[in-house]
Design a protein around this ligand. Structure first.
Ligand code: SIN
Ligand code: FE2
Length: 226
């Protein structure tokens, strides 16, 4: 692989800085895709909208039903927000921390999620939930299936911002071997249809400094939950 100035890209030495090739689509399953850099042209509109959402519903660390505090901090916007506490995982219409409805899903969020879904051949995607995950170095997401949604016919649209991470895309059993997919700022992963219930997760985030987002990775996950 060469850059336009003909200097070779040294993948192993500069793995964390390796830019994605915007516009490239990688197929990771029958109905699962990585759209490289798809979000980049939208970020000028998206990042201020994200900041406003986070002012109304700040990141917080939630507790799993098993009593563990998640290393990833969460927030949500849209009609429904995913939450967890000692009594289980569920979607709620209100932010349990403020008692207020979750902030509206900004138009730019919905439009981008729909454009990405369409690019991956999922027509008429109507997300009503956007989960916002914040990873700091060391934070991870263990293998799980997304199955709290009422509508399993809609895909999951998952957008990466900030520091790179390794996304694990597995099979239908937790013990199935998983694919390791490096994800960078602006990449979008979409899985649905026959791949909708695949196990997935994120390896512990490595130290780093992203020029726009600093020492963190933010993941936006769009779903049709209700
Ligand atoms: C998730 O599965 O909710 C998050 C995936 C990611 O952070 O890429
Ligand atoms: Fe998930």
């Amino acid at each position: 692989m060469m850059r336009s100035d003909d200097t070779p890209i040294t993948l192993d030495l500069f793995a964390d800085e390796t830019p994605t090739t915007p516009g490239l689509t990688e197929q990771i399953g029958e109905q699962a895709f990585v759209l490289r850099g798809f979000a980049l042209p939208w970020l000028e509109r998206l990042l201020p909208a994200l900041e406003a959402v986070l002012l109304a519903a700040p990141f917080r660390q939630m507790v799993t039903p098993g009593g563990f505090t998640m290393s990833v901090a969460l927030s949500s916007c849209g009609a429904l927000g995913w939450t967890t506490d000692r009594s289980g995982y569920r979607y709620t219409a209100h932010d349990p921390q403020t008692g207020q409805p979750w902030p509206d899903m900004p138009t730019v969020f919905r439009e981008l999620a729909q454009a990405a879904a369409q690019q991956a051949h999922f027509e008429h995607f109507e997300p009503d939930a956007c989960l916002i995950n914040r990873y700091v170095p060391g934070a991870r997401m263990s293998l799980h299936q997304d199955k709290n949604e009422r509508c399993l016919s809609a895909p999951i649209v998952s957008m990466s911002l900030g520091l790179p991470a390794v996304f694990l895309f597995g099979g239908f059993e937790r013990s199935d071997k998983s694919l390791r997919v490096p994800l960078f700022h602006g990449d979008i992963v979409i899985w649905g249809g026959v791949d909708r219930l695949r196990y997935h997760g994120v390896l512990p985030l490595k130290q780093g400094q992203h020029p726009k987002l600093g020492v963190q990775r933010i993941n936006l996950t769009f779903r049709t939950a209700g």
